[in-house]
Every structure is written in structure tokens, then in C-alpha cells.
Design a protein around this ligand. Structure first.
Ligand SMILES: Cc1cc2nc3c(=O)[nH]c(=O)nc-3n(C[C@H](O)[C@H](O)[C@H](O)COP(=O)(O)OP(=O)(O)OC[C@H]3O[C@@H](n4cnc5c(N)ncnc54)[C@H](O)[C@@H]3O)c2cc1C
Length: 465
């Protein structure tokens, strides 16, 4: 039972009185699989226990035991995070919500759903589709990531260019706060402004302000079938110019994704999808205006692509083929991971500076001799340069770390942010210091101290309290 000090031992004993023993895991080997997310470069501690909670009452019992004995708490969803946010800290209790996976309610009249935090993103989308409704936020991890994790990271995704991110859909939350109380914040009504926006504060707080135990989300009617426009480019900067041209034309694509040759080749080598890897860069655009407006928007987007220098740009006539390209986009990250440890970037820049940022990324790759693949939620200016290093090559890793920091600095210089959607976690802490003023960091600390006075919730994540 490594990682377990005296007080942690007492806390685990108290937890065992509230949660059946088979769901209170203390075997280091079993815990290892539940102690870190997908940010392979972030440090990981050794937990005292991992508790697979099944109800709000159990979460409360765990939190109260941890408060009593001063034991840190690390909330965890599916562990698909890319910033180290769900990584265990030494001697903590990891609260794993995967068992809390019930869709509690779908209210078609109010167009809302109430779910437990462990519900998988795709499962919510499938369940509400039966009512003709849609939950838009669709991170590329949607087959695995949980709504609780999406809330805690304010996850974005492919359709966010038009439909917004997780925060735009969450209207109410139940949580166990750092005082061990079960509280409800927010509303169920279409509007409501009673008090501070504590829902907005909790969304994106990366497990540092409580464990979310229930989520109320807004839904939309299902969108019309989209039209896909695909385009090939010889250079990243041409693709960047195309992204700017789409925004300048006043188009609002329901998706605009970028995938480069490295990613397509890695996906093809893995899944044998017969993808063309002639193109250096592929842009995948979608529009979903109904009827003729959609056809006109698709044509206009193809025109933007061509004028920006696409070697080929066409509206897709085969939805299966279009879906395969989007599937390849979603598989890019796991496909690259097969080549070696991947350090994932997540910068977001103004749309008009995407081309310049892509150019900077290329220069940084060259000067540091690092392979950098690119995928992007391009329509949002949200770029994911993926830094790939051979396993065990420490020199390459140091060069990649240097490149990582230079990319953050470049994004800030161009008026962007160090994280568009993955969060700060552990990997971006220096980035946050660079982005926020001292005064604003102090405001963060003041909020953290007021709500979590003992600094037990995910300590060391985002910033030092
Ligand atoms: C292949 C791949 C593609 C991805 N694509 C995207 C993308 O397009 N857009 C995007 O935004 N992200 C993306 N991600 C990152 C990741 O999937 C998201 O950050 C996701 O929201 C994490 O959900 P999770 O359930 O895995 O949470 P975890 O990784 O388990 O946890 C994430 C954070 O949330 C906290 N947390 C989890 N549950 C709770 C809870 N109930 N209460 C309080 N805090 C909690 C954790 O402490 C941690 O800080 C991708 C990841 C992968 C591996």
C-alpha cells in the first residue's frame, strides 16, 4: 500500500464503511491504470486509494472522510484528458465516476437532459437523438470521455465552431463541494440570473473546486444533414489562408478541421482506410444550413479553398467517404501515439492569425529538429500541434519540450491562448503564468481559498493555491 500515510489509512478505513470494499481499490497495480490521463509526459503520484463511486451519497462520504483526515482528492472521469488534470497526487484518493453512468432524465419539452457525471459523451448524444434532440459538444474523444470530465475541462470539439463548447450547454450542476456539502447550482429554466454564475465557474475548473455529481444540459433539435467539402493543400500556410478566407466570407461552418499528412499516414498505416496521403494538408469543412442555402454555402466554401491555393477542393457526393475522412481526423491522435510518446499542444489563436501560427509551428519544428504533426479545430483557430518523439530518446524529448514552450509563447504573441480546450492541468502551468496577469492569478487563488480552504481538491493542478 504505497503512498498511504497514517491519515490516508484512516480515511480509507472510514471510506470502507460507506462504500463496498470491492470498489475501494488499494492494489498499486490496479490503481496504476486509474491514476493518470493521456498526457504521458505529466508527472503522476501514487494514490492511497481509488474509489469507484456509485452515488452522490458515496461521493459525499469519500469527501467527508478525506476532509477529516486532510487527504487530497482527485476526481476522475474516463482519463482521456491531455493535460495531466486527472493524474493522482501522492497519497490522494482518486474518485472515479465511471459507475455513475445513468441518464437520469430527458425532458423533450424543456429540451434538457439530466445526467450523472460518468455518462459517456456519445451515449448522451445517442440517447437524446431518440427524442429528435442533440447534445452538440463533441470532443474527438466522444466515444470514451465522460460528461463530468467534459464539464470539468469545458471540452470543445468538432462542431463547436458553430454550436459552442460545453459551457454553452451546462445550465445546472449538483456537486459535493470542498466542505463536504451536496449543493445544487444553476437552474433548469431557459433563463435565470439568481446570484453569481457558479455553474460557469465550475465548468472548466478541472476538479479543483468539487466533485460534480449531476449535470443538467440544454439540448437542441437535431441539425439538418451536413454537406462536406474536402480540400487538399500543398502547404500549411495555404490551408491557413483558406481558414481565414472562410471567416472573411462570413461563412459559419458546422465543422472546419485540419489534418496533415503525418496524421493521415499514421491513421492509414493503422486502420488501412485507403486515405490519400498525396496531400500535405487536408481541410474538412461542413455546412448544415438546410436546402439551397446549404448548397450555396458549400459552393462558397469550396471557392474559398480554391482561391487560397487548394490543389483540389470539392463538395463530397458520398457521405460515407466524408464520414471516413472525419473518422480519420478523430483517430489521428491515437494513431500517432503508436509511433512514440506524443506531447499534445492546444493553442488557440485569432482566426486571422492561423496561417501565421502554422508557419511559426513549422519553423519551431525545424529549429528544434522535432517531428510535429498537425490536427486542428481550424474553424476556431484551435491548433493541436502534436510533438512526436522516439520512445526513450531523452535528447529528442528535451528538444520537444523546448518546442512546446516556444509554441505557447508564439500563440500568446499572436494574441492567442495557451489552451483552447484541454485545460491547464499540470502541463500548462507555466503557460498560465505567462498568459494571466499577477492580479488575475491572485483572483484565482482567492476563489480557490474561499471554496477549498484546506486545498484538498486536485492540489497543484492549474496553479499553486
Ligand atoms: C483521442 C482524444 C481526442 C480528444 N479530443 C478532444 C477534443 O476534440 N476536444 C476537447 O476538448 N478535448 C479533447 N480531448 C481531451 C479529453 O478527452 C477531454 O479533456 C475530456 O473532457 C476529458 O474527459 P474525461 O472523462 O476523460 O476526464 P478525465 O481525463 O478523467 O478528467 C479531466 C479533468 O476533469 C476532472 N474531472 C473529471 N470528472 C470530474 C467530476 N465528476 N467532477 C469534477 N472534476 C472532474 C479531472 O480531475 C481532470 O482534471 C481528447 C482526448 C483524446 C485522448
Amino acid at each position: 500500500m504505497g503512498g498511504m500515510g497514517l491519515s490516508a489509512r484512516d480515511a480509507v478505513e472510514q471510506i470502507r464503511r460507506a462504500v463496498p470494499s470491492e470498489r475501494v481499490l488499494v492494489d498499486p497495480e490496479v490503481m496504476a491504470g486509474l491514476s493518470q490521463d493521456q498526457a504521458v509526459w505529466a508527472p503522476v503520484g501514487l494514490p492511497a486509494a481509488v474509489v469507484r463511486v456509485a452515488s452522490t451519497a458515496e461521493v459525499q462520504a469519500v469527501v467527508q472522510a478525506c476532509i477529516r483526515y486532510g487527504v487530497p482528492i482527485v476526481p476522475r472521469g474516463a482519463g482521456t484528458g491531455l493535460s495531466g488534470g486527472a493524474n493522482a497526487v501522492d497519497g490522494c484518493v482518486v474518485v472515479s465516476t465511471e459507475r455513475m453512468n445513468t441518464i437520469v432524465e430527458v425532458d423533450a419539452l424543456e429540451r434538457l437532459a439530466v445526467v450523472q457525471p460518468g455518462v459517456v459523451n456519445d451515449d448522451l448524444r445517442a440517447a437524446v437523438a431518440d427524442y429528435g434532440l442533440w447534445y452538440p459538444p463533441d470532443p474527438a474523444s466522444s466515444p470514451w470521455s465522460t460528461i463530468g470530465g467534459n464539464v470539468a475541462t469545458n471540452a470543445g470539439g468538432v462542431c463547436c465552431a458553430k454550436y459552442g463548447v460545453t459551457r454553452d450547454y451546462v445550465i445546472g450542476l449538483e456537486l459535493v463541494n470542498p466542505l463536504g456539502e451536496v449543493v445544487r447550482v444553476g437552474r433548469r429554466t431557459a433563463k435565470g440570473v439568481a446570484g453569481y454564475d457558479l455553474v460557469g465557474l465550475m465548468v472548466g475548473s478541472e476538479g479543483t473546486l468539487g466533485v460534480v455529481t449531476e449535470i443538467t444540459v440544454k439540448l437542441r433539435p437535431l441539425p439538418p444533414n451536413p454537406i462536406t467539402v474536402a480540400a487538399y493543400f500543398d502547404t500549411l500556410s495555404d490551408a491557413g489562408a483558406a481558414i481565414e478566407a472562410v471567416a472573411a466570407a462570413g461563412l459559419t461552418p458546422s465543422a472546419l478541421e485540419l489534418v496533415d499528412r503525418h496524421c493521415l499516414a499514421a491513421v492509414d498505416a493503422w486502420k488501412n482506410m485507403g486515405l490519400s496521403t498525396d496531400a500535405q494538408v487536408v481541410l474538412l469543412g461542413r455546412v448544415d444550413e438546410p436546402g439551397e442555402a446549404g448548397a450555396a454555402a458549400a459552393e462558397e466554401m469550396a471557392g474559398c479553398f480554391r482561391r487560397a491555393g487548394a490543389t483540389w477542393a470539392e463538395r463530397s457526393t458520398d457521405e460515407d467517404e466524408a464520414e471516413a475522412l472525419f473518422a480519420a481526423r478523430r483517430l489521428a491522435f491515437p494513431a500517432l501515439e503508436r509511433l512514440g510518446p506524443v506531447l499534445t499542444e492546444d493553442v488557440c489563436v485569432p482566426k486571422g492569425r492561423v496561417a501565421e501560427m502554422l508557419g511559426r509551428i513549422e519553423e519551431i519544428a525545424l529549429s528544434n529538429e522535432v517531428t510535429i504533426a498537425n490536427i486542428a479545430h481550424a474553424g476556431d483557430g484551435n491548433l493541436h500541434p502534436l510533438l512526436i518523439t522516439p520512445l526513450g530518446d531523452e535528447a529528442a524529448r528535451a528538444r520537444a519540450q523546448n518546442a512546446f514552450e516556444q509554441i505557447l509563447a508564439a500563440a500568446l504573441e499572436l494574441g492567442g491562448t495557451v489552451t483552447g480546450e484541454h485545460g491547464i492541468g499540470l502541463l500548462k502551468r507555466p503557460g498560465l503564468d505567462a498568459e494571466l496577469s499577477m492580479e488575475v492569478l491572485q483572483m484565482h487563488r482567492a476563489i480557490k481559498r474561499a471554496l477549498d480552504p484546506a486545498n484538498l481538491f486536485n492540489p497543484g493542478k492549474i496553479f499553486d493555491a
